[in-house]
Write a protein that binds this ligand. Structure first.
Ligand code: ADP
Length: 248
């Protein structure tokens, strides 16, 4: 039951690449509805951690649980997506030739439905969901626009919307405001705050003002493990954190 206790639980997870420990006894957990920010210097293991959670990389040791009962290490990458873990990479990958509406529609289709796409129609629950997602991602007024004509920020929102169409329990996002204008970043913060509670989010970001707006707890990764954790103010005042960011 993912609504009780933690939604994500990593315990003593390690993985090595050619003898180099990219993740080194990493333990971390996320509560349901939490919006967790992950920071850390380059090479800290942030991407590798997300690769492990989504099944792209298999750890050498440790435990990875989704909810209290689902052992993620037993599942493949596509199965983990099906279980309700959505991932957004840094670069937006929307279908540029299709409209915003069609992109969201496509996100709902299973492989089978794509084959029969000429006959695919949204049922009323799906239509309601699509309209709700359009509103959430600030693109109600752009529904019939070709995705290729959107700004960089709007494309990022559309891709988040495509993930939301699947109603994921946990969303992993890699540097969501990179390359955005200040106004787009502010609206992205609003978007994330509106998702909090309904979904759990893990956000890797470098933009401290964005983190300050959205985060409850910040986890600092370094050398493949948790170096510090707390409010942004707490971790920014932590000597060890200051040292890894400034002291080299
Ligand atoms: P971050 O995302 O925090 O910058 P990464 O998870 O990308 O850190 O990388 C952690 C360390 O693991 C880095 O030293 C990186 O070079 C190494 N690494 C990551 N993936 C691989 C891989 N597939 N093969 C070899 N080394 C890797």
């Amino acid at each position: 039951d993912v609504t009780h206790g933690r939604i994500l639980y990593l315990e003593d997870v390690s993985v090595s690449f050619d003898g180099f420990k990219a993740i080194n006894k990493l333990s971390l957990d996320i509560a349901p509805g939490e919006l967790r920010c992950i920071i850390g210097p380059n090479g800290a293991g942030k991407t590798t951690m997300m690769d492990i959670i989504t099944g792209k990389t298999r750890p050498d040791e440790g435990r990875v649980y989704f909810g209290s009962t689902i052992d993620l290490l037993r599942y493949t990458e596509p199965e983990i997506a099906q279980l309700g873990i959505g991932r957004k990479f840094q670069k937006p990958t929307v279908f540029e030739q299709l409209t915003v509406f069609e992109n969201l529609e496509l996100a709902l289709k299973t492989d089978k439905a794509v084959t029969a796409s000429l006959f695919f129609r949204l049922d009323s629950t799906q239509s309601d969901r699509l309209l709700e997602v359009l509103h959430t991602i600030h693109l109600t007024g752009n529904a019939s626009a070709q995705a290729g004509t959107l700004s960089h920020g709007q494309k990022q929102w559309l891709e988040i919307g495509m993930l939301l169409m699947q109603d994921p329990k946990l969303l992993l996002l890699d540097e969501p405001v990179a390359g955005m204008t200040d106004i787009e970043a502010e609206r992205t913060a609003e978007l994330f705050l509106s998702l909090k509670g309904k979904h759990s989010l893990m956000v890797v970001e470098h933009d401290m003002s964005f983190i300050n707006t959205i985060s409850d707890i910040v986890t600092v990764l370094c050398e493949g493990a948790v170096l510090a954790q707390g409010t942004l103010a707490q971790v920014q005042a932590d000597e060890r954190v200051i040292e890894v960011y400034l002291g080299r």
